[in-house]
Design a protein around this ligand. Structure first.
Ligand code: RP5
Length: 164
């Protein structure tokens, strides 16, 4: 199996429904990733071990999804200078607003790039990782441009329903 260039981590297996959208983009573009459920507060030592292992293995960025008091992305960023893309998971009581604010309000000095709450944010984090990797990979850049062109064609070809 190819060495993972993107590490996807989530606070719980219950986050996979959302985080699979990031994984799907990477898979469709042929980017090798490793996805793990590791918690910043439940398994902090395992999380740090994994971050170190991913870095040694040649990872270029991390995507971190968590819900509630979502400190996972910040903790990942505290242990690496690789880019960390944060995906707020919709939460039961606050629908992910808590997750979003926990991620987007990182104090100065340790940045994380925060995406939209839920499926769209997860897919976009995957696409953003692809954009970063495409800076040094012409074949990947070509695939990304083709994806954009196909998306544009679909919108241009769309027709609104007639009024009855
Ligand atoms: C967070 O708590 C996880 O990221 C998840 O979104 C949330 C709920 O976790 P579970 O109770 O489903 O394991 O740490």
């Amino acid at each position: 199996m190819a060495q993972a260039v993107v590490g996807i981590v989530m606070g719980s297996t219950s986050d996979w429904d959302v985080m699979q959208h990031a994984a799907r983009q990477l898979k469709d573009f042929g980017v090798a990733y490793e996805a793990r459920a590791l918690s910043a507060h439940r398994t902090p030592d395992l999380l740090i071990e994994w971050i170190e292992q991913m870095q040694k293995g040649g990872a270029k960025c991390f995507i971190a999804g968590a819900g509630g008091a979502a400190h996972l992305a910040g903790v990942v960023a505290s242990k690496t200078t690789l880019p960390v893309l944060a995906v707020p998971i919709p939460s039961k009581h606050l629908q992910g607003l808590d997750s979003l604010l926990s991620m987007v309000q990182m104090p100065k000095g340790i940045p994380v790039a925060t995406f939209a709450i839920g499926d769209a944010g997860s897919a976009n984090a995957g696409l953003f990782a692809i954009s970063m990797l495409a800076l040094g990979d012409k074949a990947l850049a070509d695939r990304l441009n083709a994806f954009r062109a196909k998306q544009a064609e679909a919108v241009a070809a769309a027709r609104l329903p007639e009024l009855s």
